[in-house]
Write a protein that binds this ligand. Structure first.
Ligand code: NDP
Ligand code: MG
Length: 394
């Protein structure tokens, strides 16, 4: 029996993970679940999966969850706060941790899971983008196993399983090709992009996801973060990572080898496939996803990304090349800008301007410790908020 903690159980990835786990009750038991604000949804999950522990953000939310659970006769232990998140990620009974909190808030518990030597199923790409080598070192130093959930990285992992943790050059890899749908604004007139609403930006053509990553897909910052994620997961330099637009989202990514071979992983765009893959690795389990019907898909298209349409992608490549804490600055500025866009404080085309401003004005340094990274995260957020406030006042 494997005992699984899901950090961010009420989100898109969390719900998909529970869907897969529910299909295999003889193999997996839910040890703990966490949510931030959606307490009623978490209560319903606890009723169905009967975890030993559940974690929410505040004391009030914990009281509310306890009231809901006791009313249903569920005796799950309720806790709150970041220390409790770290505790459910590192408890001795836990075998696997699904890291599916969105944004920098997921760094501490995800790192706690790595330091406790767990099998870490990584959806929370922001945590790895921020902490980079520090996170990879925590994995290696503590005998943790890091398995990518992000569909592109899971695809790459499947196309070069033996290169896990080694430089791709060693495995004869010439290039990693990250595919991208291009999001909802791939063909929209660039001049009209400042008029788009949060709901339009969140209407992804092929994937159903949380709102933050949906906006990231529309700006292609999501692909930028994924380039940095691929760098750390597979040890590939920026020059060996290529982005290719593929609107159908059927090929989830590819690896080109020096002999001319290109390996790709294909599937319907449904996150239950990479989730099931990582949960069962190196075995395979059913995920509930329908078999891919290529005759039905009929056409697969590809094109190179236009960096002028998607300046966030260029900013991410620049941050990766700059190194140190530059990716942490990029990530923090992006989180603030995306939230301001979702709150209708700034327009869509201002997202990249906020990020560029933060990167230009906050000096980056060496990513020498998690504390140094968190300090840069704090400085970047302050600079982004100040810039947005100034624009609003103008
Ligand atoms: P959602 O917004 O749907 O879910 C986020 C989860 O994190 C929720 O459970 C939420 O709780 C919780 N949460 C939010 N803020 C905090 C916080 N400050 N502290 C603790 N918990 C918090 O996001 P997704 O599931 O879409 O994405 C999760 C992660 O997975 C992201 O890093 C994303 O980039 C990555 N990912 C997602 C994919 C997808 O298909 N959705 C694909 C590839 C990667 P509550 O519900 O209570 O607010
Ligand atoms: Mg992805």
């Amino acid at each position: 029996m494997q005992y699984i903690t899901i950090l961010g159980a009420t989100g898109s990835i969390g719900v998909s993970t529970l869907d897969v786990l529910a299909r295999h009750p003889e193999q997996y038991s839910v040890y703990a679940l966490s949510a931030h604000t959606r307490v009623a949804e978490l209560a319903a999950q606890c009723l169905q999966f009967r975890p030993q522990r559940a974690v929410v953000a505040t004391a009030d939310a914990a009281l509310e969850l306890t009231r809901l659970l006791r009313g249903q006769g569920v005796d799950t232990q309720v806790e709150y706060g970041e220390a409790a998140l770290c505790a459910i990620a590192s408890a001795p009974q836990v075998t696997g941790v699904m890291a599916a909190i969105v944004g920098a808030a997921g760094l501490a518990p995800t790192l706690a899971a790595a330091r406790a030597g767990k099998k870490v199923l990584l959806a929370n790409k922001e945590a790895l983008v921020m902490s980079g080598q520090l996170f990879i070192d925590a994995v290696h130093d503590n005998g943790a196993v890091l398995l990518p959930i992000d569909s592109e990285h899971n695809a790459i992992f499947q196309c070069m399983p033996h290169a896990h943790g080694r430089a791709p050059g060693a495995a004869g890899v010439a290039k990693i090709v990250l595919t991208a749908s291009g999001g909802p604004f791939l063909t929209r007139d660039v001049e009209t992009l400042d008029k788009v609403t949060p709901d339009q930006a969140c209407k992804h053509p092929t994937w159903a996801m949380g709102r933050k990553i949906s906006v990231d897909s529309a700006t292609m910052m999501n692909k930028g973060l994924e380039v940095i994620e691929a760098h750390w997961l597979f040890g590939a330099p920026a020059e060996q990572i290529e982005v290719l637009i593929h609107p159908q989202s059927v090929i989830h990514s590819m690896v080109s080898y020096i002999d001319g071979s290109v390996l790709a992983q294909l599937g319907n765009p449904d996150m239950r496939t990479p989730i099931a893959h990582a949960l069962a690795y190196p075995q395979r389990i059913a995920s509930g996803v329908a078999q891919l019907d290529l005759a039905q898909v009929a056409t697969l298209q590809f094109e190179r990304p236009d960096f002028r349409r998607f300046p966030c992608l260029a900013l991410a490549f620049d941050a990766l090349r700059a190194g140190g804490t530059a990716p942490a600055l990029l990530n923090a500025a992006n989180e603030v800008a995306v939230q301001a866009f979702l709150d209708e404080q700034i327009g869509f085309r201002q997202i990249d301007r906020v990020i560029a401003h933060v990167i230009e004005t906050v000096p980056h340094g060496a990513a020498s410790s998690i504390e140094a990274v968190m300090e840069q995260d704090r400085l970047a957020r302050a600079a982004a908020h100040a810039y947005i406030a100034q624009r609003l006042a103008a």
